[in-house]
Design a protein around this ligand. Structure first.
Ligand code: PGA
Length: 236
């Protein structure tokens, strides 16, 4: 069964997040949809949501600590309050805008792995790398796996070409297929695609070999579109 994940990034308020999650929860329940669905709201919107077991709320980011003096960060003490056991690590916005290094990501990965979190680990190349070709693209991606234990049983990988994120430019089926095939040779875990996924292209993407689901930003913030994409996911 395919996976679908919504990354809210810096969007939605506490109250709109609650209504979004309640709506999705009801939708899954009333349609008996059993696919794994993840929602990553902002940390200010965390709460004790009462959801069906296949709807998981995750953290977009957290520091590798229980608590302490790390101004602006949250740790597991804050995640535990809401029973959050899923985290996104390595998203391109954290790598490129927030300047997290591979070393930072490795420390974070190892910490959350040691606590048994489900980790969605993101990789993906910027446009200038893609323009150099497939070999360079794969070389760049392998570097993003440096220090990452790919045998971890609660690992989900997301391939998200940076040039396709939030741009409306989706990678072609062939581009996705080529990279997914190579990554799947290295890992035996679910592999999601992310980058300008929308209701209109989701089915085609889910039909590509080695695509086990999607990680969606922009179009998932609208609850009606997310419901539509959950439905498409459940049928593919
Ligand atoms: P997008 O974002 O769907 O807006 O392209 C994807 C992501 O960043 O996970």
């Amino acid at each position: 069964m395919k996976i679908i994940a919504s990354n809210f990034k810096t969007n939605h308020t506490r109250s709109s997040t609650k209504s979004f999650i309640d709506t999705i929860n009801q939708f899954l329940e009333s349609n008996q949809i059993k696919n794994e669905v993840f929602v990553f709201p902002t940390a200010t919107s965390f709460d004790n949501f009462n959801t069906v077991s296949n709807l998981k709320i995750g953290a977009q980011n957290a520091y590798y600590t229980k608590n302490g003096s790390f101004t602006g960060e949250i740790g597991t003490e804050q995640l535990d309050e809401f029973d959050i056991k899923t985290i996104l690590i390595g998203h391109s916005e954290r790598r490129h805008i927030l300047k997290e290094s591979q070393k930072d990501l490795t420390l974070k990965y190892n910490y959350y792995k040691s606590l048994g979190y489900t980790i969605i680990y993101c990789v993906g190349e910027p446009l200038e790398v893609r323009e150099k070709g497939l070999t360079e693209t794969l070389g760049y991606i392998w570097e993003q796996f440096e220090g990452i234990d790919l045998s971890y049983d609660k690992l989900i990988v997301a391939y998200e070409p940076v040039w396709a994120i939030g741009t409306g430019v989706v990678a072609t089926a062939q581009e996705i297929a080529q990279v997914h095939k190579k990554i799947k040779k290295k890992i035996s875990h679910p592999l999601l695609y992310g980058g300008s996924v929308k209701p209109e292209n989701l089915e085609e993407i889910l039909k590509i070999d080695n695509v086990d689901g999607t990680l969606i930003g922009t179009t998932s913030w609208d609850v009606e579109q997310f419901k539509q994409m959950i439905e498409i996911t459940s049928k593919n």
